[in-house]
Design a protein around this ligand. Structure first.
Ligand code: GAR
Length: 204
């Protein structure tokens, strides 16, 4: 698959970024994290990236752009200038514009805290709890123009317990995210996959 340079986009505490960087450092995930972009100045993800020595760590402020498309265009230029083949969304909480999604079609992945297609959107954990499902989990998927709707690469399931709160359920889901995301990324760059309809078929 040639170039295994990746860009990570993150808005929050960056625990998924952290486990990816840890997996890279431990030799379990053969990618190079060349660039980390955040739309939030106070995102812990920025600190984590700097501490790990990521070559380019950038905060872009959405308020200084006229619209979503121009913000996304700057992100795309940074990604291309850094030579990144893959874009990894790790708790990136902005909706992406269609031109951005089209530009990186088949090369951009996301992790979502539910078993898609259940509970897409920004409140997946809250929605799963209030619906009353007895199991939830996380999904790694390709990003297309449908929110949380691209072909599914991998999923992991956790139980929902009677006493669960948002915090306890999210923490249980994140334990699985932290295994699934680096492992899926590693598999993606080493084995690769084909897409048949909506189905991702892993090459061996
Ligand atoms: C993760 O649970 C991820 O699944 C979720 O945000 C959290 C980020 O955690 N993503 C979404 O909800 C995307 N719609 P992190 O900042 O600790 O990696």
């Amino acid at each position: 698959m040639g170039n295994n340079a990746i860009a990570v986009m993150a808005s929050g505490k960056g625990s998924n970024l952290r486990v990816i960087l840890d997996a890279v450092a431990a030799g379990r995930c053969p990618v190079q994290v060349k660039l980390v972009i955040s739309d939030k100045a106070d995102a812990q993800a920025l600190e984590i990236a700097r501490a790990a020595g990521v070559p380019q760590v950038v905060h872009l402020c959405p308020k200084s752009y006229a619209d979503r498309a121009s913000f996304d265009a700057d992100c795309a230029e940074l990604i291309d200038a850094a030579g990144c083949q893959w874009i990894v969304l790790a708790g990136y909480m902005r909706i992406l514009s269609s031109p951005f999604v089209r530009r990186f079609r088949g090369r951009m992945i996301n992790i979502h805290p539910s078993i898609l297609p259940a509970f897409s959107g920004a409140k997946a954990v809250e929605d799963a709890l209030s619906y009353g499902v007895k199991a939830s989990g996380c999904t790694v998927h390709l990003v297309d123009e449908v929110l949380d709707g691209g072909p599914i690469l991998a999923q992991a399931v956790v139980p929902v317990l009677d006493g669960d709160t948002f915090e306890s359920l999210h923490a249980r889901i994140q334990v699985e995210e932290h295994k699934l995301y680096p492992a899926t990324l590693a598999r993606m760059v080493t084995s690769g996959f084909d897409i048949e309809g909506r189905r991702v078929i892993w090459r061996t």
